[in-house]
Design a protein around this ligand. Structure first.
Ligand code: HEC
Ligand code: HEC
Length: 238
């Protein structure tokens, strides 16, 4: 190879890589509003992000893969848990996680800060992450469908979408507040009491650590039937 050919290869390679790199950078910034839903960033989202930094939540948690890998990823946490549950966990983790081997510390987050955090996490949840880092997309699907069109979901989806952030059903969901098979055998509530417990746990069992669940009365009834059917030890399919 002559010196001239080597120079030509060098310049062609460098320039073509530079052009591709600059174009990709430009394209990324063009697409950013669409993927990151930047038009939805309001003052409360910003306030929530500041709370996230103030308490160093990302020492333990990740968002879009950034942060500590000790605790669950928060990218789609809003869809896994919803507002009430996030507020209860953030304000009183020692109660909600009293039976869990992993612990989140009580950080002294105020109600107002927790509400802002929820708004921030809700916006984070809308970011088009193209399935990366991998998320439990079933939660997102179930959350979106469960109030709008619960009939379209199979029972397991409804139950795990609404309750799977804390409860498990065999291999589904998270095992931090008990498996529904064990709970079903333990409780002696009738259907109406169970529906009441789901909407307002304190009114049925004062002092309980379960946050009120904001599911519709129809969804609560479907879930109660399902849990009570587990008493007999046989799982009801679809
Ligand atoms: C010292 C580590 C640590 C810090 C700091 C921390 N967390 Fe956690 N967090 C945890 C652990 C551990 C869990 C899971 C507990 C379990 O599964 O038993 C958790 C769970 C959660 C959950 C429920 C996640 C899910 O998918 O069920 C939310 C929401 C949450 N944390 C929010 C926050 C927020 C907001 C902050 C900052 C204000 C924060 N955490 C700070 C350790 C931490
Ligand atoms: C944020 C976490 C969380 C979510 C989400 C959650 N639970 Fe719970 N649940 C708990 C905790 C914590 C307990 C244990 C309460 C206690 O020991 O007082 C519990 C206990 C229960 C019990 C047992 C009550 C008893 O008397 O022993 C039932 C039934 C129950 N949950 C149903 C549900 C249903 C149905 C859903 C979904 C609609 C749901 N939970 C969602 C945290 C949660």
């Amino acid at each position: 190879m002559t010196g001239k050919t080597a120079k030509t290869i060098f310049w062609l390679g460098t320039l073509s890589s530079a052009i591709i790199f600059l174009w990709l950078t430009y394209d990324f910034h063009q697409q950013e509003p669409k993927f990151a839903k930047t038009d939805q960033i309001n003052d409360q989202v910003v306030a929530g992000k500041k709370v996230w930094h103030k308490y160093n939540c990302n020492d333990c948690h990740t968002i879009l893969g950034f942060g500590g890998y000790y605790a669950p990823d928060m990218t789609k946490a809003y869809y896994r848990l919803g507002e009430n549950n996030i507020i209860s966990i953030v304000m009183n983790p020692e109660l909600v996680y009293k039976d869990s081997f992993r612990k989140m510390p009580h950080l002294g987050v105020t109600k107002e800060e927790a509400v802002n955090l929820v708004v921030f996490l809700k916006w984070v949840g809308t970011i088009e992450n193209r399935h990366w880092p991998p998320q439990d997309e079933k939660f997102v699907k179930a959350f979106r469908l469960r109030e709008a069109n619960a009939q379209k979901l199979d029972k397991t989806d409804i139950i795990m979408g609404a309750c799977g952030g804390c409860h498990s059903l065999e291999t589904l969901g998270r095992k931090i507040a008990g498996d529904f098979n064990d709970i079903a055998k333990r409780i002696s509530y009738d259907k109406d009491t169970l529906v009441k417990y789901i909407h307002d746990p304190q009114s049925v069992k004062p002092g309980t650590a379960m946050p009120p669940q904001n599911v519709s009365p129809e969804t609560a009834a479907i879930i109660s039937d399902f849990i009570l059917s587990l008493k007999a030890g046989k799982e009801v399919q679809k």
